[in-house]
Write a protein that binds this ligand. Structure first.
Ligand SMILES: Cc1cc2nc3c(=O)[nH]c(=O)nc-3n(C[C@H](O)[C@H](O)[C@H](O)COP(=O)(O)O)c2cc1C
Length: 192
């Protein structure tokens, strides 16, 4: 699939089949993050692959999913949890004013490379950082940025034109709808 097709088809996935992801595939995702653009080429980011079932389950308990949906209905059920996480870390000694931008580029690389392998993902910033720091023995000079939840998709969310609210919602069949601003709204040409 072309990069353009991957980008336009990508949606955050929060329901996963319980099929494991091969470790080599997870490594390949981190390799795409490693090669992402980085301000002044400082490359402050490191990554932990978590694919041990018990560790994935424990970390899952310290993440929050689709908080805009009512009654915690965006949280994956036990049989639909991610099968792996990638923890994104920033080395404090190498941080620049642009480290957040580095994270964005690196994580999007992983998201798109995963999708090419048929793997869905959800980038999770709502994670209990003190828990991650302790549970995964993160050295003091590293900051936990966020985590990427991964697994083969068990849902098919759809993007649609934004009419009123930016809030995503589920229809009566349980399908997630994600309103997106139109190209006309966000695009300017030769001046605002
Ligand atoms: C920096 C960042 C942090 C996010 N954190 C969470 C999160 O903690 N939990 C969650 O369920 N989704 C999280 N998301 C996913 C967004 O909710 C999602 O991207 C948005 O609803 C648009 O849906 P789409 O990714 O399908 O286009 C995050 C996305 C970004 C870019």
């Amino acid at each position: 699939m072309s990069v353009y097709s991957l980008i336009t088809r990508r949606r955050s996935i929060r329901r996963f089949k319980q099929t494991p992801i091969p470790f080599d595939t997870l490594k390949k995702l981190v390799d795409t993050a490693r090669l992402a653009p980085s301000a002044t080429n400082m490359q402050p980011l490191q990554y932990i692959i978590i694919d041990d079932k018990d560790q994935v389950n424990a970390l899952f308990g310290h993440t929050q999913w689709a908080r805009l949906l009512p009654n915690n209905s965006g949280r994956p059920a036990e049989h639909q949890q991610p099968v792996a996480f990638i923890v994104i870390l920033a080395n404090k000694a190498l941080e620049t004013a642009w480290t957040n931008h580095d994270v964005g580029a690196a994580v999007e690389n992983m998201i798109l490379a995963a999708l090419e392998e048929g793997i869905g993902s959800c980038w999770i910033a709502s994670v209990n950082r003190p828990y991650v720091t302790e549970a995964f023995h993160i050295p003091e000079n590293f900051k936990v940025d966020s985590v990427l939840g991964l697994g083969y998709p068990d849902e098919d969310p759809v993007a649609e034109p934004l009419t009123q609210s930016t809030d995503y919602y589920k229809d009566d069949k349980g399908r997630l709808h994600v309103p997106k601003r139109s190209l006309d709204e966000v695009l300017h040409h030769n001046g605002f």
